[in-house]
Ligand binder design. Structure first.
Ligand code: AMP
Length: 189
């Protein structure tokens, strides 16, 4: 199985690259952000998740881990999975390791996209015009998301680095250039 964690700050290109990777490697794409946005907006769970995401904050681990595990369970025959936007805390990374190892599986590698803060802000504001996402349109919320990434999420890279699984990719360039860099890293193993 090829299980990839596609990692990087908001606006790094995780969703864009995931779409290309699932085609090439035949993987299932699981984005916890997409799962939260697809919940019935009238449900308590959706309202709770939105109360965090609207402010640019992370949804609590307990809820997010359960959502993720339910999503993985929907794809028992997957050749592999791209985890996009998960794990975002060390607690989530530990839970994912435990969950996968209970199935005799594990993460193959973490592909981490490196993009500077100025470029992230430009990309998110431009994405807001097509995504309709309120959290992409407001510079203050963007800043909160980036700050939360630096504080809570960036340390997750060390979790995979200590397992020898971190592959750092330059996330600046054309979509195809970045895709080729990721494929080279995956194919090298
Ligand atoms: P994304 O689509 O990945 O940018 O996620 C949008 C929002 O969903 C985030 O700002 C968080 O509020 C929430 N979210 C998505 N994934 C996670 C996660 N792994 N842990 C906590 N919150 C998450």
């Amino acid at each position: 199985m090829l299980n990839l964690v596609l990692f990087g700050p908001p606006g790094a290109g995780k969703g864009t690259q995931s779409e290309k990777l699932i085609g090439k490697y035949g993987l299932v794409h699981i984005s916890t952000g997409d799962v939260f946005r697809a919940l019935n907006p009238d449900s308590d769970l959706a309202k709770l998740a939105k109360s965090y995401s609207d402010k640019g904050n992370l949804v609590p681990d307990e809820i997010t881990i359960e959502i993720l595990e339910n999503e993985v369970a929907k794809h028992p025959d997957a050749k592999g999975v791209i985890y996009d936007g998960f794990p975002r805390t060390n607690t989530q990374a530990e839970a994912l390791d435990k969950f996968l190892s209970s199935k005799g599986s594990g993460i193959t590698m973490m592909v981490a996209l490196d993009v500077n803060e100025g470029e992230l802000k430009t990309r998110l504001l431009s994405r807001a015009k097509v995504s309709g996402r309120a959290d992409d349109a407001d510079p203050d919320i963007i800043q909160t998301r980036i700050d939360n990434y630096n504080k809570q999420t960036a340390p997750v890279a060390d979790f995979y680095k200590s397992q020898g699984k971190l592959r750092l990719i330059d996330g600046i360039g054309s979509i195809d250039e970045i895709f080729n860099r990721i494929c080279t890293a995956i194919d090298k193993g």
